[in-house]
Write a protein that binds this ligand. Structure first.
Ligand SMILES: [Zn+2]
Length: 241
């Protein structure tokens, strides 16, 4: 028997009323667990086994397979379900976490970032900023941090005016796309600050546009993946401006 707190980052329906959950935990990293009957409205598991639920789990383990015995929700981030843009962005965030979190490794930093970000997302409507900040910071806490204090190529600290998706900020002579000083400041804040201050900063529209482009291109380059949930979010964001 194992007890752990965890955030559900993926749910797959199986059989008549069961689910397989992917859960991000601090101690066990990313795990998969079967939740028998969790789709039945009569089930005690129903509230604690929804996508985005952060729950107290009691798990039993048989060979390499976990099964959920009980799940008491601590936070369900229910408001995300009332806004299609927020819901689709949160789904993309969870897909990203699924991609970078590893089984068995410490998942504490990613979990804290995920919980903070989902909380902010329920309260704040600046979705482009939340998206860019989460993308960059997730890369930092999962071992793919971009260089932000010195050139990613030559390690020089002068004339940092560019960004290259293969490594981060670059100097004038080492290449990458041109970015403004404001965007470099924002990158440094997002990658280096204390988690508590992560979302406490303001940027101009021009810096936000540049930061968004840098963050999304960096994610695509570092993970080597394209995400359906990202495409969906971008499509509905364009339609619902
Ligand atoms: Zn350089």
């Amino acid at each position: 028997m194992t007890t752990t707190k965890g955030l559900i980052i993926k749910e797959t329906k199986v059989g008549e009323g069961d689910k397989i959950l992917t859960i991000l935990t601090s101690e066990l990293g990313k795990i998969q667990a079967g939740a028998n009957g969790a789709r039945s409205y009569k089930s005690k598991l129903i509230a604690g086994c929804q996508l985005f639920s952060y729950s107290d789990f009691v798990l039993t383990k048989k060979k390499e397979w976990y099964r959920v015995s009980s799940a008491e929700p601590c936070e369900t981030f229910y408001n995300l379900r009332l806004d299609i843009k927020k819901l689709s962005l949160a789904t993309y965030f969870c897909d990203l976490i699924c991609e970078v979190a590893t089984d068995g490794a410490d998942g504490g930093d990613i979990l804290r970032l995920a919980l903070n970000t989902l909380y902010i997302l329920t309260k704040n409507d600046n979705l482009p900023l939340i998206k860019a900040v989460f993308e960059l910071r997730l890369m930092c806490v999962s071992g793919f941090a971009p260089s932000v204090l010195s050139c990613a190529v030559c390690a020089g600290q002068e004339n940092l005016t560019r960004f290259d998706v293969s490594g981060g900020v670059c100097c004038e002579s080492c290449g990458g796309v041109k970015i403004s000083a404001g965007t470099i400041d924002a990158l440094r804040h997002v990658c280096e600050c204390d988690l508590k201050k992560l979302f406490s900063f303001n940027v101009s529209k021009a810096v936000l546009d540049e930061l968004s482009s840098v963050a999304e291109n960096y994610i695509v380059s570092q993970t080597g993946r394209s995400f359906k949930s990202l495409k969906y979010y971008l499509t509905i964001s364009e339609k619902m401006v």
